[in-house]
Write a protein that binds this ligand. Structure first.
Ligand SMILES: [Zn+2]
Length: 339
């Protein structure tokens, strides 16, 4: 139940977030600013109009991807990417999110002719300024588009390695259906050789077999969504034994109409089977922000305080480099929850 005590917990505690995309989480103020500066015509003029537009257009992955491309078309120059990262860090700061792992869907920008150099340098500038101004630590995870060829994903990782000091992981997203994870085995092997943390979107559109296929072929450290692991007891046991975290985004799953409503979402069942889970927003302008996601999940799934604390703590503990904040997290719990 969303009691006052629970509200204080989810708003007041220092939080981490490990699953959101720069491209689909570009803040409305960044979009309006860059569209005016770069003279890009959009079907909306204000931040409110943009949010209404996105919410009216996103009931399927196809519609979502069209909107994603439209919004992304506003970002062209280094300063645009710097601003996108900076504004997203500020959105985190306003929710007391002190550590954020952000997916970079560079391929969306690449097809529009934006160089990797412009993109990465811009992102890095935004990250540095955000750390200085808000104290929010941002970690970048570029994502392979799973619909491209094995050669393309391998080349992508080779190109990314020039920016090894800026990135900490490699992810994978886009259409699961018809595009096996195995196609990108070599790209992930190269990333592993270069000590990048490996994660991938899977088990969202497709069932538990897709999770097994991604886990086995890419040697993943973590799963993004991965919720359909719930369909196999054996897989849940494996995930629990190997302590592979699922970065779940329940509200975004409902938004994409994967489950009818939050009460049907498998998060609780996964937790009951000892699978390590965290809660994330995925793409706030389309769905909702992290705090609201937590509020909605607590109410619909009747999550207990202990479960909420565990979901929030996991996000630091199983992150790439957020473990250093655990002491701060535990101190907050000690001072505010143990009485
Ligand atoms: Zn995602």
């Amino acid at each position: 139940m969303l009691t006052q005590r629970m509200e204080k917990l989810i708003t007041g505690i220092p939080k981490a977030e490990a699953h959101l995309h720069l491209e689909s989480s570009t803040m409305p103020k960044t979009v309006i600013w860059t569209s005016q500066k770069n003279n890009i015509q959009l079907p909306f003029k204000t931040e409110d109009e943009m949010l209404k537009y996105l919410k009216s257009k996103t009931t399927s992955l196809t519609e979502f991807l069209i909107c994603d491309r439209l919004v992304n078309s506003c970002l062209i120059y280094e300063e645009d990417y710097a601003r996108a990262v900076y504004d997203l860090a500020e959105e985190g700061y306003n929710q007391n999110i002190i550590y954020r792992e952000i997916f970079l869907d560079y391929p969306l920008n690449q097809v529009r002719g934006v160089s990797l150099e412009t993109y990465m340098n811009g992102c890095e500038k935004g990250r540095k300024k955000a750390q200085e101004d808000f104290g929010v630590e941002i970690v970048f995870i570029p994502c392979v588009d799973r619909t491209v060829s094995s050669e393309s994903s391998l080349q992508f990782v080779k190109d990314l390695l020039k920016y090894r000091d800026i990135i900490d992981g490699l992810g994978m997203d886009c259409d699961e259906k018809n595009y096996p994870a195995t196609n990108h085995k070599e790209a992930f092997e190269l990333a592993k050789e270069n000590s990048l943390f490996l994660t991938a979107h899977c088990g969202e559109d497709l069932g538990y077999e897709s999770v097994i296929e991604a886990l086995d072929s890419l040697k993943l450290d973590r799963l993004d969504h991965g919720i359909r692991a719930v369909e196999s007891k054996e897989l849940m046991r494996r995930l629990a034994d190997e302590k592979i975290m699922l970065t779940t985004c329940p509200y975004a799953n409902i938004d994409m109409t994967i489950y009818k409503d939050l009460s049907k979402h498998p998060l609780r069942e996964l937790m009951a089977n000892n699978v390590v889970c965290s809660i994330n927003s995925d793409d706030p302008p389309y769905a909702t922000d992290l705090i609201n996601t937590l509020r909605e999940c607590i109410t619909a799934m009747n999550l207990t305080e202990k479960e909420v604390v565990s979901l929030l703590r996991n996000c630091f503990e199983y992150s790439i480099k957020g473990q250093r904040y655990l002491e701060k997290f535990d101190k907050w719990i000690k001072e505010n929850c143990e009485e």
